[in-house]
Design a protein around this ligand. Sequence first.
Ligand code: S3P
Length: 451
Amino acid sequence: MAKTKFPRSCTSKKSGSLSGAARVPGDKSISHRSLIFGALAEGETLISGLLEGEDVMNTAEALQQMGVKVANGTDGLWRVYGVGAGNLSEPANVLDMGNSGTSTRLLMGLVAGHHFSATFTGDASLVKRPMRRVMTPLEEIGAQFLARTGDRLPLTVRGAESPAAISYSLPVPSAQVKSAIMLAGLNAMGRTTVIEKEPTRDHTENMLRHFGVPVIVEKLEEGGEAIHVDGVAMLKPCAVDVPGDPSSAAFPVVAAVICEGSEISLSNVLVNPRRAGLYQTLQEMGADIRFEHVRQESGENVATLIATGTNTLKGITVPAERAPSMIDEFPVLAIAAACAEGTTRMSGLAELRVKESDRLLMIAKGLEACGVKLEMGEDSLTIHGTGKPPRGGALIETALDHRIAMSFLVLGCVSDEPVAIDDAAPIRTSFPNFIDLMNDLGAQLSPDSSY
Ligand code: S3P
């Protein structure tokens, strides 16, 4: 049964400048993958910095149901006792993925490469999200599906008896679909190839290499790239340091940038260029954001991020081709755009319609309720900033979407009147200490006492 989420409101009021140093929780994408690849390696994988948010915990629980021991030590480290690709066992019960699309789609790929059945379900947000995008390639690999009308959860996957190595060109720019195919391909004999026209986050590729599996990336003449992996793959257990999540860092960074006089520093943040679109965009808008102590950890670049507040953000046009590198950051970019002087144009946003909520709609509705002028298109958003903080003074509907919730709490740090959200509970999926971390930096967020 899907877990019940209780509405718990939270209010954000004008804070003045933010200051101090903080560390955001582990990257959500890398956390999911560290558990999954740990399960596919034979032996003990040691994970530090794992995001202990609800989404990642749902991945851990599902892997346990498939016969993998996952343990949280008193030393803060997580240990995964992997069983090897092809050696997972059939879960005895339905896998409840809560709010997590990444857990669902990646684990559908994992199950597709194993000859057993698993049934996935989720919360009121997840059961509305499209699964056809992963079902089509996984059917080619040999898996079978029985899903609700519209290819929605709950759905059952029957994994392939003898998974086929396929070559598949992604019709949508989605790292989840790419990763689902590669996960199934690890247990297929021969070469699995995924072709992507637009680059999406490459954590699956980076982490597979970290686990000792060669991944070949071939640049294509017609643009884009082909990613090849050979199966059946042998993953070697290893140590993974999960860096801080740039998609979580985005909230305190935008809060600092829009609150004049702020200076905050966030250590150990992932700075993979395929995740950095928001930071580039904010810099183009005139924000003062610097990356210091850049270094490599577990196959990924990390840095300390310094953000300073300004009152001179300018509206810009964000190139559509940048969208995949900041796909989760449009809600909080919209908040910065609402505080900037002039018009910000964003396009290439079709994927925002199928996230935890219809994000394009929820951003537009929320900003309009706060007195911001904008135009929403099918896959675009134009925001007219006045160079002054918006009015605020609204109760925002968040539709079980953690990023909508956090974005509007950031807006409340500068708006003339407080901004409240109807449900803070989904924030626990990705950033469980968001309210405390923001308040420690000087924000004025007051949660309902039961949050
Ligand atoms: C993710 C990929 C993105 C992103 C999601 C995490 C991943 O989704 O929005 O939060 O970890 O692969 P899509 O692949 O659907 O773009």
